[in-house]
Design a protein around this ligand. Structure first.
Ligand SMILES: [Zn+2]
Length: 379
């Protein structure tokens, strides 16, 4: 069992009717002028905006609103928001939305000359404004981690950075506001969270607590998604999915592991760098089963354990088949062709995915390996 340190500084407020606590949470950090960052306006129809605004107003917090964050958030938007934050001298940032909004807010919370420098450094310690989040889509785990993923649209690079100073001070998760999400967003979220867990789980540390926890979170994500497909108003299932997705990137799944092998995320980032219309979850649904098949022989016992404990299967082959059929049952694409990816782009996507030089902890990956995974996932 490896030595480890564990610290997650984010205060989570979880449950029904908790959004109204944002005002007191922001005020408690001494923030007086807040940059309020949001997406396309759905928070105005589901009551989230009203609850948050009232609560902030009650505490006398001045609010500057910035709208229009899209899925696969882009660097030019971050740069624009950093400018606004500096010019208006805000002293805190609130993200109201899913991972794309939170990641944009996190990147904008850092006072730097050029935000892209952070992504090139990857691990930074730059001072940042306090970040707060109100989550409206459980998927990315950004509400409970200390980093961001942003696409540099000019250079076609979808990269991440980590910085302990951007860990949200407070994240509010009210699963009931996710009850009316379009179904594909619920599934995308579950698949994203599953991918986050598997990328650490397969690095095969020997911390039994971590491994068993990862297996439990994976089973919970699968069963909750099944239940929500039958009944979108199943609050217990919605809450379980939300909490499992948050825990996935909280650090608990990394304890005692050798790290995370982000090959599936790198491949997905390569795909959506060329095809921004491909959602993160859909890309991951296509590449994950193929990655598992490709790597299983590198550590057969550990992959067999996953097959048995997550899918109740006697072989990895059977488990991957069950995984794919479950994705189909959830209405997910399972091939690159279904995503609209062109075959002649697979080489460029592989190179793009590898350009980030992620640690290959499960299996060494060269461009040829990446391309083989993509080719196998084509149709
Ligand atoms: Zn992700």
């Amino acid at each position: 069992m490896q030595n480890f340190e564990f610290n997650n500084p984010t205060h989570i407020i979880f449950g029904k009717d908790t959004i109204g606590r944002i005002g007191e949470s922001v005020a408690a950090q001494g923030v007086k002028k807040l940059l309020f960052i949001a997406g396309g306006g759905s928070i105005k129809t589901n009551g989230v905006y009203e609850q948050a605004s009232k609560s902030l107003e009650k505490e006398g917090i001045e609010v500057l609103e910035a709208w229009g964050i899209q899925p696969n958030p882009i660097l030019s938007k971050v740069r624009e928001l950093v400018k606004i934050a500096k010019a208006q001298k805000v002293d805190g940032v609130l993200a109201v939305g899913g991972g794309s909004v939170i990641d944009t807010a996190v990147a904008a919370a850092i006072y730097v000359d050029d935000a892209w420098e952070l992504f090139e450094q990857r691990f930074t310690n730059t001072p940042a404004l306090p970040v707060f989040t109100i989550l409206t889509l459980s998927a990315a785990g950004s509400e409970f981690d200390a980093g961001a993923v942003i696409t540099n649209e000019e250079e076609k690079k979808k990269w991440f950075f980590m910085n302990p100073n951007v860990a949200p001070k407070v994240s509010i998760i009210d699963p009931s506001v996710q009850a009316k999400l379009p179904w594909y967003q619920t599934v995308n979220g579950a698949v994203d969270a599953m991918s986050h867990i598997m990328e650490t789980y397969f690095t095969a540390g020997d911390n039994e607590v971590t491994l068993a926890l990862c297996e439990s979170l994976l089973r919970t994500l699968i069963s909750s998604t099944d239940r929500l497909q039958k009944n979108e108003d199943d609050y217990a299932a919605r809450g379980s999915l939300a909490w499992a997705a948050a825990l996935a990137l909280s650090g608990v799944c990394h304890v005692g592991q050798t790290g995370a092998d982000s090959t599936p995320h790198a491949l997905e980032h390569g795909i959506s760098a060329f095809y921004p219309e491909v959602s993160h979850g859909a890309g991951l649904a296509v590449v994950n089963p193929g990655w598992i098949e490709y790597c299983a022989h590198a550590n057969p016992d550990h992959f067999a354990r996953w097959a048995a404990n997550v899918w109740e299967c006697d072989s990895v082959e059977n488990a991957v088949a069950v995984f794919r059929s479950r994705l189909k049952q959830w209405g997910h694409p399972v091939t690159l062709k279904e995503l609209g990816v062109e075959k002649e782009r697979l080489g460029a996507i592989s190179e793009n995915a590898l350009a980030f030089k992620l640690p290959a902890l499960v299996k060494e990956m060269k461009v040829e390996d990446m391309e083989l995974i993509l080719k196998a996932a084509y149709q």
